[in-house]
Design a protein around this ligand. Sequence first.
Ligand SMILES: [Fe+2]
Length: 171
Amino acid sequence: MTKVAGPKDKKDLVVAWLDDAYAMENALIRVLEHRIKDAKAYPWVRERDERHFEETRRHADLVRGCIERLGAQPSAAKSIMGNVFGAVQAPMTGMARDEIVKNFLVDHAAEQFEVASYRALVAAAQEVGDEETAAVCERILLEDQAMANWILEHLPRIVQERMRELAGATS
Ligand SMILES: [Fe+2]
């Protein structure tokens, strides 16, 4: 079994990056579980989060498959997202004024981070001639890009809805 820590050649580096991607997907599965609950009052958000939750679970399985195909095992309990985005996993503690909007901002950053990570992985996999890993990462990247685009496109709508609710509550 290949040891993922301390890559010693090109293939090890691909495995180490896949391992980071696997940790990232697992962290995002937990984030999306919270988001689905948090979006109770916004069915159109909830529906998209549920779709991406299913996609993210599939991404984690696909990445694990790539790691195993390369003769390694994913390492447990590693969280690159925790380091990168700090409180990204924290569930909402109540309906703070701008929490749902802040979720959109953080989630957009997380999806773009994923897109960049998979772009790097596609290049790395091609460098070692692993076309299957490159193809898998390319497909995952497209779904993360679609989610990032959706978040950005719908940001004005969530801002409007939230602001109008607050105006209604105070007038
Ligand atoms: Fe994603």
